[in-house]
Design a protein. Structure first.
Length: 235
């Protein structure tokens, strides 16, 4: 696997530092568009050593930190979680973002309590990718056994959407964006990029996105758009 960039600073919308940590591996691992779950190791001690060195770069300059790990926070080892707590305490982090698959939604309240005890508010992001349940589950194999967007959003603050795939249209992408902004505080739109998964970007759909959908989210402070999945500076 290529050498990954694991620390960056996001300066424009919602300024924050971001770290890409390594966990034990995504428990779901079935999404048809994904190969970043390959960034994992069953060696918790090695993960901790790597994660500690990445977390050492956090300065706390914005008081906000986003932690991603190509999976869900539950797949980070306990020493890494303790190190994240220490970094929050010592660098003045008051808002901490984690990512979490819908399968782990019952783990979120306990995590919120754990960090609230340090005065840290959590923002939990989940990959929904699309609110069209048939497309999401039969094509993307996302593993969210729920049709109702309001119920999907329960317990989460932010969602990711994935655009640029065959079958998507201007109308479907606009509808997904509208639903995401209705039910979540923030939406992160990812444009499909070539990877080793079974799905490929559809250039004609990406052209439609750039022409008809991107103008709707470019200036929206509640919406991040990653035209390449490394646009946050990590990955
Ligand atoms: S997109 Fe997320 S949940 Fe799906 S396989 Fe990849 S890491 Fe796992």
């Amino acid at each position: 696997m290529k050498e990954l960039s694991r620390y960056s600073v996001i300066k424009d919308k919602n300024p924050r530092e971001i770290v890409l940590l390594r966990g034990l591996g995504c428990a779901w691992r079935r999404c048809a568009f994904c190969d970043y779950h390959l960034d994992c190791s069953a060696d918790a001690a090695a993960n901790f050593e790597l994660n500690r060195s990445v977390l050492a770069r956090v300065t706390g300059e914005f008081g906000r930190l986003e932690v991603i790990n190509s999976g869900s926070f539950c797949e980070l080892d306990e020493l890494t979680m303790s190190e994240i707590e220490r970094v929050c305490r010592e660098r003045g982090i008051s808002v901490l973002h984690f990512e979490c698959h819908w399968l782990y939604r019952d783990e979120i309240p306990g995590l919120r309590r754990r960090f609230a005890a340090l005065g840290v508010a959590l923002r939990i992001k989940t990959g929904v990718e699309s609110f069209d349940c048939d497309f999401r589950e039969n094509v993307l194999r996302k593993g969210i056994a729920e049709r109702d967007p309001a119920k999907i959003a329960e317990g989460f603050d932010e969602c990711c959407l994935l655009f640029g795939l065959t079958g998507q249209t201007a109308e479907s992408m606009k509808a997904d964006l509208k639903t995401g902004l209705e039910h979540f505080d923030r939406v992160c739109v990812n444009i499909m990029t070539p990877n080793s998964s079974e799905l490929s970007p559809d250039k004609s759909v990406i052209d439609v996105f750039m022409r008809e959908v991107y103008p709707l989210c470019r200036e929206n402070d509640r919406c991040d758009v990653l035209l390449a999945n490394t646009d946050f500076g990590v990955g």
